[in-house]
Write a new protein. Sequence first.
Length: 100
Amino acid sequence: MDTHTLASQDLIRKAVIEVAQLHENELLVVIEMVDTLKKQRVRPNRASAEEILTCAKARAAETSHLSREELMKKFSDTLDSIRAESVAKGTALEGEWESD
C-alpha cells in the first residue's frame, strides 16, 4: 500500500471518529456540508456570484463607449451564437425560439 492511500485511510478514520462523537443537531450540519460539497463537485466550473459580478462590471466598462444600437446588435449576435451552439449540442430545437 502506498503512502497516499494510508494517509487517505487515516483521514477517513479520523473523520468517522470525529463525526461519531457529534450531537444529533451537529450531525445535521455535517450532512448539509457534505451535500454542499457534493453539489460543488458536480458543477466545479460554476463561478461564484462575486466572480460573475466582477466579470459583468469589467464587460460593462469595455462596452461603455458603444451606442445603444451597437450594444443591442452585440447582444443579438451573442444570443444567436448561444442559440446555434445549443442547437448543435442538442439542448435546444431549431425553430423553438420563434414558437415561444
